[in-house]
Design a protein around this ligand. Structure first.
Ligand code: TRP
Length: 324
């Protein structure tokens, strides 16, 4: 079975943008691939954070992932810091990574330009990401488009290390893009993102979801109910494409183009489709909140499985590098 690795920052509760953009894909892939899913808390500390929050958000992320359907009996779900080999390999890879490549990363340039003092960890972030992946000899990395450049660098690092120390040792990991295009926020202005406050949380109750959907932006050119709309530019229709069955999508699009329905009717149908998928997820989350030990146990198990693979890699890498 080919192996996949993916990581997610411990941002706390998942929102439906994260869910559709990554997690739902992993849930499907876990049966086809040997899967390693990692909550990357060492990546999270490259940005401002509060220690107590970080601890809570790490646990919440684990709850969300398990509730979303990551099955700890099938996939290896773990927290990055529970497997110290990640930082160890990151250091070893840092020594062969050209500074220029790191400075060229658009995510680094973006984040660095928004702060006065730039920590070195932010620059080295993609090296840690390469270590995450290479530690498990992962073949495939299911991610969103925004990670393509980081993945390219991971391949470059693998090639360099192989060329210098052991030809063919690390496979060059390939990205596998999430089928769902990136999800816009409910304001229709930007990508769904916690910091912009335009999200729907994965575990949000029915009534709260409706309170957000009701005023949400649709086709900006559709002012009156009698104006025909264009589903292709509609924020709500993108969610239909993610949550509604094919037949519903077709029906909704036709009603929109002919001005048969107003946006509210369309949103009601969406809310129903979302319920179908989200109700069982919420139920699992309630169950896990009542039994936090189950979450801790799952992560403990995951860490020990991950660690046995990681240990072997580190031993081999150290040996090839002449580090006793
Ligand atoms: N940088 C990724 C993100 O922000 C998270 C991540 C860390 C990751 N390590 C990884 C993703 C390894 C894939 C593989 O989404």
């Amino acid at each position: 079975m080919p192996r996949i690795f993916s990581g997610i920052q411990p941002s706390g509760e998942l929102h439906i943008g994260n869910y559709l953009g990554a997690v739902r894909n992993w849930v499907g892939l876990q049966h086809e691939f040997e899967s390693f899913i990692c909550i990357v808390n060492y990546h999270a500390i490259t940005q401002p954070f509060e220690p107590v929050d970080l601890m809570r958000r790490t646990h919440e992320m684990a709850v969300s992932l398990l509730a979303a359907g990551i099955d700890p009996g099938v996939a290896t779900l773990f927290v990055q810091s529970h497997v110290p080999e990640h930082t160890e390999l990151a250091w070893l890879l840092n020594t062969i990574t050209p500074l220029g490549e790191l400075e060229r990363q658009t995510q680094f340039k973006d984040k660095a330009s928004r702060q006065e003092s730039v920590p070195a960890g932010l620059l080295n972030y993609p090296v840690l990401q390469a270590a995450d992946i290479l530690l498990y000899h992962a073949d495939i990395v299911p991610v969103g488009e925004d990670q393509i450049q980081h993945l390219e660098l991971s391949r470059e690092i693998a090639r360099r290390w192989n060329a210098r120390f052991a030809e063919g040792y690390f496979p060059e990991p390939q990205p596998k893009l999430t089928p769902t295009r990136r999800i816009m926020g409910l304001d229709g202005n930007a990508k769904m993102s916690k910091s912009l406050g335009n999200t729907v949380a994965l575990l949000e109750p029915t009534a709260a979801i409706w309170e957000k959907l009701r005023p949400a932006m649709t086709d900006p050119a559709r002012v009156r109910k009698t104006d025909p709309g264009n589903p292709d530019v509609c924020n709500i229709y993108q969610l239909h494409k993610a949550f509604s069955p094919e037949a519903t999508q077709v029906h909704v699009a036709a009603q929109c183009r002919s001005a048969g329905w107003g946006c509210i009717e369309c949103k009601r149908v969406l809310a129903d489709s979302m319920e179908v998928e989200l109700v069982p997820i919420r139920a699992r989350a309630v169950e896990l909140a009542a039994h936090p030990q189950r979450v801790t146990d799952a992560l403990g198990d995951g860490a020990s499985r991950a660690r046995s693979v990681a240990r072997t890699t580190i031993d081999e890498v150290r040996e090839r590098m002449g580090i006793a």
